[in-house]
Ligand binder design. Sequence first.
Ligand code: GLC
Length: 490
Amino acid sequence: MKEIRPINVLYIASEAAPLIKVGGLGDVAGSLPKALKNLMPNQLSGHELDIRLVIPFHTMINQKLDNIQLVSSFFVKQGNIDIPARVFQTNIEGVPVYLIEGGSILSDLNVYSSNPDYDAKKYIFFSIAALELVKKINWQVDIIHANDWHTALVVYDLKNRRETDSFFKKTKSVLSMHNIPYMGAGSENIIHEFGLPKCPCTVLPDWARSIPLPIGMYAADYLLTVSPNYAKEILTPDYGCGLQDFLNARKSSLAGILNGLDETKWDPDTDSALHYNYTKQQLDIREKNKLALQTEFGLEKNVNIPLFIIITRMDQQKGVDIAISALRMVADYPWQAILLGTGDPVIESACRSLEVEMPTKVRTILRFDLNLSRRMYAGGDVLLIPSRYEPCGLTQMIAMRYGCVPLARSTGGLKDTIIDEPAGILNNGFLFIDPIPEAMSQALLRALSQFDNKEPWQSLQINGMNSDFSWEKSAVEYAKIYLKLFKGEK
Ligand code: GLC
């Protein structure tokens, strides 16, 4: 009988929790490989999955890790310079993790900088080094799974090397796109310096042929987005960022798989950041968390006043400005709001102004505070998510798990996870379609009127808490794609 060998997958990302996390990508890279590793062979046609993660050895990780081993060192060419790379190994909950050090990774202060040139040097070096690594350690990788623009060029490098280097002949690639507008523009010269040839694809618009994400889209054997709906949206001019025609041409190799939630890390029954833990059978205990929040922020202590919360990165994408205007439109109704986040100073100051304008209703907390966000999910009634686009979104899933009802723009992954149908018995939130304050204020009014009816409100909460956002379900979908590529069916 033919031996069934493991499928070897290298998962490559710029960040991965808990080692380093700046955004949603860090959550995904920290939890998806683990979920894939935990799949049973019968979910993979009898194969085991040997999945390993590779991320840059960012200075911030370097400062906190001691249990590491050097596994390889080599050089990466940038023009006439040979840049030394060293690779260390550790693991995250059973998943082997390679940490690549060298070039500007050695001196980086943040995962991402505001200087495109600096980031291009760092991530292109990293991408090329990651591919070199598998060869140096002689690990016959079947699938390289890259994420976003930072690592998109690894699949391009692979495509080129596949033609000349027998080691990579059978290696396939997947590129996951978490946020298409971030393409890595500004990397043109650096791509050239690292010796990567000009992208020959004529279906890509000319401007895109020297930008990492589109080049990766061309080179990858399979393209993924982080929700099924976003995969459809990017085929349209509103979301495709000028690449919609190209993406339409690649439609047969494009799919969307919803991100999961690490349900062990987000559980109101065990979350140690909460004042009072609770399950879906104990929504009355949840009210104590709301009172604690109102006390903490000097708002009127009253469980009957609906408490809106916003927990977000403050940038254009997230539409906080839409929420601010919509809240003004419903100012005559009783409600309270707590806004938490950091980002664009203009948006931050608009949030501050709302607090100044409505001192009995609004609190603005301009910082990144994970523990406070957990207390807010556990005590807030409605999480506002007015995103202009949202490839997947994690906060709506966390909110639902904590019995906080999401009210969101119907887009991307928000549309895939939130159910809001006329008289729908499975409803778990509120959606509005147009990204404008008028539409959002209508949804706010619906939420405010429903909040007064305890039973229907509780069924929204329970439906949310019953939703299955586990990684396992999504991991099975990823495994199907890996298997297809492995068997050469794609
Ligand atoms: C990006 C997207 C977000 C998604 C996350 C993880 O941050 O903006 O919608 O949830 O990536 O995939």
